[in-house]
Every structure is written in C-alpha cells, then in structure tokens.
Design a binder for this molecule. Structure first.
Ligand code: HEM
Length: 213
C-alpha cells in the first residue's frame, strides 16, 4: 500500500496512471465503435444491439461508474501533469526527450483532451441522458444527424479524438516502459492506424446516417 501511494506520488507513477486509464479508454472506444457499426445495418440491427446492451442491466451501471472513475483519474492526473510541466519549464518538453519528436498529437494533448471532455458531455446529453420512451435509439441517433450542425460537430470531434489517440497510444507504451527502440517505429505506426480506425470509423457514421442511409 505504501509502495502504491509512493509510486502514484511520483511523475512516473502519474504517467503510469495516464497510460493505464488511456489504455482502458482505447478498449472502450473499440467496443463502442464495434457496437455503433450496427448502425450500418439499419434500425433493426442497431436497436437490437441497444436492447441486448440494456438487457445487461446492473452490469451496464457498474460499467458506467467504472468509466466515470477512469475519466476522473485521467483528467485530474493529466491536469496535474500539465501544470507541473508548466511550472518546471525544462521538463515541459519531456515528450520530445523521449525520442518521439514533436507531432500535432503531442503538441496539442491538453487542448484535444479538453475538447474531448466537452464533446463527451454534449454527446451524453444527446444520446444517453434522454427520454427514449417515445423513440427508438436509432430514431434518436438519426434524428440528431438530420441536423448538419450535429454532423459537423461530430466529424470535427472525431478528428480531435484521432489526433489525441495518435499520440496517446504511442505514449502509453513509453510510460509502461515498453519503449525498446526496436518496437517504437512499429508502435508509432500502430498508433496512427488505430487513430485512423477511430477517426474514420466513428467520423463516417454521422455522414452515412445523414446523407446516405
Ligand atoms: C459517430 C460517433 C458516435 C456515435 C454515433 C455514438 C453513439 C452513442 C449512443 C447511441 C450512445 C447511447 C448508448 C445507449 O444508451 O445504450 C452512446 C453512449 C456513449 N458514448 Fe458514444 N457515440 C459516438 C462516439 C463516441 C466517442 C468518440 C466517445 C468518446 C470519446 C463516446 C463516448 C460515449 C460514452 C462515454 C457513452 C455512455 C456509455 C454508457 O452509458 O454505457 N462516443 N454513444
């Protein structure tokens, strides 16, 4: 226990927390994208997916509280590290020192993080905390994407998610100590592939629902 509090009190410990919670979010986004792909199958396929999900009952509530806790740890730790790096300027560019170079993703992590938080609040207000007693979930989603403004917001937000993940994915392996020079180019490439899958996979859905379906 003492070891745990000592480790989490250090910068390395905090980066480790960012890495573990970030990895959990990548897992969540993978499952969420897989579920949302049923939108391509039309109302029946998506509503049936939603019904199966909701049938899990208390498990969903536990999962949601778990996600909330992860988000809280990720946001608070990220904010702390941001201000710590700001106060100790020589440490500020530690990302570069780790051999990754400065990329759009690494240079914008705090800003894309804030935008994703704002998007998730907007997203939950649209799709999660709603009265769905008079409409199916497919009707809720297709109703939202009937507005070009919503489509624009979602496409922009998915680009932001992709940029955040493009650096976060690679960086989390560094924080976990898996930064052997032999594997780094592969992990960097994999990070770009994963971010493209999220960006295009989620980003094309509103366009499809709005203009094609
Ligand atoms: C086109 C993209 C997306 C669509 C169409 C979409 C759709 C949905 C829908 C319909 C729900 C409600 C599910 C339900 O009530 O069972 C939901 C929940 C949620 N979405 Fe998304 N989503 C998208 C992208 C994202 C992204 C990129 C994130 C995170 C950055 C995200 C985070 C969440 C969260 C945290 C929940 C609540 C999960 C829960 O209550 O179990 N979504 N989404």
């Amino acid at each position: 226990m003492n070891w745990l509090t000592n480790t989490l009190g250090t910068s390395i410990g905090k980066k480790l927390m960012m890495a573990v919670t970030g990895l959990a979010f990548i897992g969540f986004l993978t499952v969420h994208l897989a579920g949302n792909l049923t939108l391509y199958g039309g109302p029946d396929s998506f509503n049936s997916y939603a019904e199966h999900l909701h049938a899990l009952g208390p498990l969903v509530i536990i999962f949601e509280w778990g996600l909330m806790l992860l988000a809280l740890v990720h946001i608070l730790t990220g904010t702390f590290l941001y201000f710590q790096n700001l106060a100790a300027r020589p440490l500020r560019y530690s990302v570069n020192k780790r051999g990754g170079g400065r990329t759009l993703g690494s240079a914008t992590m705090p800003y894309t993080g804030v935008l994703i938080l704002l998007f998730v609040i907007f997203h939950l207000a649209n799709f999660r905390f709603i009265d769905a007693s008079h409409a199916s979930l497919f009707q809720v989603v297709s109703g939202a994407f009937a507005h070009p403004l919503y489509v624009g917001i979602y496409v922009f937000a998915m680009a932001v998610v992709a940029i955040h993940v493009s650096h976060g994915f690679w960086s989390l392996f560094q924080s976990l100590g898996l930064n052997h020079p032999k594997y780094m180019p592969f992990l960097r490439g994999l990070g770009i592939v994963v971010s493209l899958i999220f960006g295009l996979g989620f980003g094309f859905l509103p366009i499809y629902i709005s203009f094609i379906a």
